[in-house]
Write a protein that binds this ligand. Structure first.
Ligand SMILES: [Zn+2]
Length: 353
């Protein structure tokens, strides 16, 4: 089976080029593909006025896809799109495509929610935006500081977006910029990291802020310390869809980098919100609410209870890390990468109670 491999670029933005695969049907052979390829490729490009076809060639289906070649987004509500990140550690093969990213198309503008873990991921998102609309990308909203959510920001900034986050995001990023950059460059390789950067937000939110993108309003809320000290949620007025960033993990082991008691308290509060579905930072593109919260909240409460008990009976932190939470192992991916750190962070917090 043969497929077309297209090189396409977003008009006027020479840095924004990508490979896309087009399936051609069962009976395609090399000769036919060579003969008819250009017509198929041109037809695909003509239907997407903002994309320009640079080149095309015929490849076999077995040819290994390059990183991000099969990057997809899902429309989870009218005009609300989500890309589902992989549950993986940053590496050259995934270009740190390891977190969920959203975009919302209004009548006047587009708002992007989280920037992805590299410039390459952000460019893939820009492609999906430009396949659907030529409206300006006016806002990039960052749900919190972690590198898998922020390192693609420069791509959206270059497209003209104003970068908005929690009031405390700027300070958090300033303190970690060098560490994030060094670590992720090492994990992704120089080529994979190319174009990625920590950039500071243009505006900070304290409390609530509404953003009008035409016919719909996005409500941004900054929260007290929970997953981190700079968590921000976004709710779309038209669909009632609620973007929780990493306040919600599903399938992927939660990562605690703030306060376990603060996180638990906040999620207990948010569980009463009347929303039409939530987008987690890691997990499915859309989940029911509050049902989607049950596994993570259960995990946080169980760790809190066990760490408190360990502190009360004099168990050392090292022993606590070794002993606590093993019964959750089967329920969560990347357990060894994140769980021990969660127990350490919880221990350090709870020993001062
Ligand atoms: Zn995070």
């Amino acid at each position: 089976m043969y497929q077309l491999l297209l090189a396409v670029c977003i008009n006027g933005e020479a840095a924004l080029c990508m490979d896309r695969r087009l399936p051609l049907g069962e009976d395609m052979n090399m000769m036919r593909c060579m003969r008819e390829g250009l017509v198929h490729a041109q037809k695909w490009a003509d239907a997407r006025p903002d994309l320009e076809l640079k080149s095309w060639r015929c490849i076999t289906e077995q040819q290994e896809p390059k990183p991000l070649e099969d990057f997809a987004v899902e429309e989870v509500g009218n005009g609300v799109f989500v890309h589902r990140g992989q549950h993986a550690i940053p590496a050259p093969v995934n270009l740190n495509d390891t977190s969920n990213i959203g975009f919302v198309i209004g009548q006047d503008a587009v708002a992007v929610i989280d920037a992805g873990g590299s410039a390459a991921v952000a460019r893939a998102v820009m492609f999906h935006i430009r396949e659907r609309t030529d409206l300006p990308v006016k806002y990039l909203i960052l749900t919190h500081m972690h590198p898998d959510h922020v390192l693609g920001a420069q791509v959206f900034k270059d497209a003209g977006a104003t970068v908005i986050g929690h009031r405390k995001l700027e300070r958090a990023l300033k303190a970690r910029s060098q560490t994030y950059t060094d670590n992720l460059r090492r994990l992704m390789g120089d080529a994979g990291f190319e174009g990625s950067a920590v950039i500071l937000p243009d505006e900070g939110v304290e409390g609530t802020r509404d953003i009008d993108i035409g016919g719909r309003v996005l409500t941004l809320v900054s929260h007290p310390t929970a997953h981190t000290d700079n968590d921000l949620t976004v709710r779309d007025s038209e669909t009632g869809i609620f973007f929780l960033g990493d306040l919600l993990f599903a399938g992927h082991t939660p990562a605690l980098d703030g306060s376990i008691t603060g996180w638990t308290r906040l999620m207990d509060e948010l569980s009463g919100e009347d929303v039409k579905g939530v987008v987690p930072g890691h997990g499915p593109a859309l989940m029911d609410w509050p049902e989607g919260l049950t596994p993570m909240l259960g995990y946080l409460k169980s760790i809190t209870k066990d760490v408190r008990a360990a502190i009360a009976d004099g168990t050392t932190m090292n022993d606590a890390v070794r002993e606590i939470g093993e019964e959750h192992r089967e329920d969560w991916e990347l357990f060894d990468e994140f769980h021990p750190r969660n127990v350490t962070t919880a221990y350090k917090e709870l020993e001062w109670e």
